[in-house]
Each structure stands twice: as structure tokens, then as C-alpha cells.
Design a protein around this ligand. Structure first.
Ligand code: SAH
Ligand code: SF4
Length: 389
């Protein structure tokens, strides 16, 4: 028997092709997409404006399966975090950050990460596997409908949208899982799915230069680049990918990206590490880097206080250092923000989704070896995880 197609894996063009293979017109794909992504319906029988014959054809060969959340915690500041089962004892994190004027969801794109940045505990886990498109968009779908449910909005109705912004800043390097990430992005942007504007969807990358160019051509959304260092020697240490794509090359890619980008700046993320990258001379070197006459890049800086994790051997810069650093950049006319830490009590600072995930994921891994752990049967695991949280 051929395996069932999970329709969450199909982007808008993919769903049109799929319908075509079934002998159905393109507008059927739009209808299906609305049921799946706007109404949160899983069962083809509930998709009442599709012909009965199509519904039964779909029931024989397709499914709509979102990844399953094995834990769900809300912090005192409203930040909500799900640990999402991606099979074989692996889990990734999805975090919702409510603010007055927006609700941002931070999504993961890989289980683990091969880039292995010095200050990132996702990197310390090593690379496990790429998430499928359905597992990436499935995080948005799962979170959107969970948030609606908390407000008493049931599936099957066109409810008020809860998530207004998405950032691919969870676990993993989105541009090293390019095709699946772009399929998910296309669904985020599609009017018959989530209908988010390009400006409200951000990809964060450690600097995979050729893929920054491809993203600009195939699906330009807002871009955040994890810079973290003002010169190649330091960046080689902090972000090992820099040895392959050094700063001059990265700045060139940023400048080219701006020709396609929905915003007229790149956001540079900069993780503040005490005495490693946070001195006055680093700040001045950064200004020179982005103002380089041959290769200037229009940018904003987002300073992220380092989120420590066991055995990192690194420390977070003091608030005074961070403020002094920000002031130097701002005095040079560069818009600079300092990221607020959110969800501290549930360990859900966005962009640092790993704090204890390494341990948690290892717990899941160990459990997988010890028990017959199947997706979705995680009750026991949640308790174990909570002991470690
Ligand atoms: N791989 C992509 C996206 C995921 S990481 C990237 O590196 O951009 C998202 C952001 O969190 C990156 O800027 C990353 O450098 C930052 N980050 C990772 N570990 C962190 C930590 N321990 N403290 C603060 N920021 C961290
Ligand atoms: Fe991977 Fe990003 Fe972590 Fe670096 S910071 S190891 S690229 S997830």
C-alpha cells in the first residue's frame, strides 16, 4: 500500500499539483487549503463544500496531521511554550510571545543544528534531522488553533487570528533546511492559508550565503542575520560557519538581499557575551563593518543578552555593558534594540530555545531507548521533563 500523503507537507503550488493528479481543478486546492489552515479542520468529511466523491478520494490517500505537543506551558508574562514531538525521541520547541500590538510565534526548523555556535545549546546537541514542511507549518497551525481554543474559538469557524508575526528563530538553521522552510513560508504568506505580510515573517540565519541569495529570489521575507562578532577571527570561533562564509561575503549577501527584501534593513542579532564580544572596540569595529564604503549594509541591531546554559563557560554581559554598547551604535545612527528576556520562568526566551532543551531532548532520547515511546503517548515523558525543568 502506498503511504498516505500528509497535506501539511504541500505548499500552495504543491497542493494545486496534487489536486491536478486527482483530476480536480485548482480552486479545489484553495478550498482545501482554507479548511486546513484557516479553519483548522483535519477530517475530510468535515470539509462540507467539497464534493462527497472528492472527500472519499482524499480519505483513501491523504491525511492532515499536525505535530503533537507533548507539553504546553504558559509563563507568568503570557509567553507560551510547546514542546513538539518530532518522533524517535526528538522534540523541538515552539514559543508564542504576546505583546500589546502583536503576537509572535517562534518556530523551529531542524531537530538539533549542525552549525554548532559556541553559545548555543541547540548547536551543542548536534544535528539530528531536518523537519518536514508539515512539521514546520504544523507548529504554526498547532499554536494558532491552540490559542484560539484558549479563547473559546472552536475549529471549523473563521476565527480571529491570534498570531500576527512569525520568526524562524527556534531550533535549527532554516537555510540549511531550505526547501521545507520555504514551503512553510509560502503557506504563511498565502491568502488562502495564513495570509501574513512578508514584513511580518522573519527568517533568522547564521549566514548561509548562497541560500540568502536563493531566499531573496524565491521568497523574500524579513531577514535577521546572527552576526555576534565584529571580525572574522572572533566570528570563526563563535559561529564556525564563518570559516566557510566570512564576513565580507556575508555583508555582500546582505546587501544583495536588500534589493528583494520587504524591509529596507537587515536585522543583525548580536548575542552579548561578557568580555568576548561586548567591548567598546567591538562596537566600533561593528560600525566600521556595516558602514564599509565598498559594501555598506542598511541595518538595525538587536542585542540579545546571552542566555546561559550549563557548561557553556560563557557569561551574559552586564546590563550596564549592554547599554554602553547599544549607546555607541546608536550614537553612530544605527537603530539598536536590546531584546527583553521573556518567559524566563518557563525557560522560553525566544532565540535561545535550548537552555535546557538539550537535557530535555536527551531525556526524551533516553526514554525512547528504555520504553516503547510512540508519538503522542507522552504523558509519562511530560512528568519526567517537569522534574528537570
Ligand atoms: N539558526 C538560526 C536561527 C535560530 S537561533 C540563527 O542562528 O540565526 C536564533 C537566535 O538565537 C540566533 O541569533 C542565535 O544566535 C541566538 N542564540 C542562540 N543561543 C543563544 C543563547 N544561549 N543566548 C542568546 N541568544 C542565543
Ligand atoms: Fe544553529 Fe542558530 Fe544555534 Fe548557531 S545559533 S547552533 S545556527 S541554531
Amino acid at each position: 500500500m502506498t503511504s498516505l500523503t500528509n497535506l501539511l507537507d504541500l505548499d500552495p503550488a504543491g497542493l494545486v499539483n496534487y489536486c491536478d493528479e486527482l483530476g480536480e481543478k485548482p480552486f479545489r486546492a484553495k478550498q482545501l487549503q482554507r479548511w486546513i489552515h484557516q479553519f483548522g479542520v483535519d477530517r475530510f468529511d468535515d470539509m462540507t463544500d467539497l464534493a462527497k466523491s472528492l472527500r472519499s478520494k482524499l480519505a483513501e490517500r491523504a491525511v492532515v496531521t499536525s505535530p503533537v505537543a507533548i507539553s504546553d506551558h504558559t509563563s507568568s508574562d503570557g509567553t507560551r511554550k510547546w514542546l513538539v514531538d518530532v518522533g524517535q525521541g526528538n522534540a523541538v520547541e515552539t514559543v508564542f510571545i504576546p505583546e500589546d500590538d502583536r503576537g509572535t510565534l517562534c518556530i523551529s526548523t531542524q531537530a538539533g543544528c549542525a552549525v554548532n555556535c559556541l553559545f548555543c545549546s541547540t548547536g551543542k546537541q548536534g544535528f539530528n534531522r531536518n523537519l518536514r514542511a508539515g512539521e514546520i507549518i504544523g507548529q504554526l497551525r498547532m499554536a494558532e488553533f491552540a490559542l484560539r481554543a484558549s479563547k473559546g474559538i472552536p475549529p471549523g469557524v473563521k476565527g480571529e487570528r491570534q498570531i500576527s508575526n512569525v520568526v524562524l528563530m527556534g531550533m535549527g538553521e532554516p537555510l540549511l533546511n531550505f526547501d521545507a522552510s520555504v514551503s512553510a513560508l509560502k503557506l504563511m504568506l498565502d491568502d488562502n492559508a495564513y495570509g501574513l505580510s512578508r514584513r511580518r515573517v522573519t527568517v533568522s540565519t547564521s549566514g548561509v550565503v548562497p541560500m540568502i541569495d536563493r531566499l531573496g529570489q524565491e521568497c523574500p521575507v524579513a531577514l535577521a542575520v546572527s552576526l555576534h562578532a565584529s571580525n572574522d577571527e572572533l566570528r570563526n570561533r563563535l559561529v564556525p560557519l564563518n570559516r566557510k562564509h566570512p564576513l565580507a561575503e556575508l555583508m555582500g549577501a546582505c546587501r544583495r538581499y536588500l534589493e528583494h527584501a520587504p524591509r529596507d534593513f537587515i536585522t543583525f542579532e548580536y548575542c552579548m557575551l561578557e568580555e568576548v564580544n561586548d567591548t567598546e572596540s567591538h562596537a566600533r569595529e561593528l560600525i566600521a563593518l556595516v558602514r564599509n564604503r565598498a559594501n555598506p549594509v542598511s541595518c538595525k541591531f538587536n542585542l540579545i543578552p546571552f542566555n546561559p546554559f550549563p557548561s557553556s563557560g560563557l557569561r551574559r554581559s552586564s546590563p550596564a555593558r549592554i547599554q554602553a554598547f547599544a549607546k555607541i551604535l546608536m550614537d553612530a545612527g544605527i537603530v539598536t534594540t536590546v531584546r527583553k528576556t521573556r518567559g524566563d520562568d518557563i525557560d522560553a526566551a525566544c532565540g535561545q530555545l535550548a537552555g535546557e532543551v538539550k537535557d530535555r531532548t536527551n531525556v526524551l532520547g533516553r526514554m525512547a531507548k528504555m520504553t516503547d515511546y510512540q508519538s503522542g503517548s507522552g504523558g509519562k515523558l511530560i512528568m519526567i521533563r517537569e522534574k528537570h525543568a
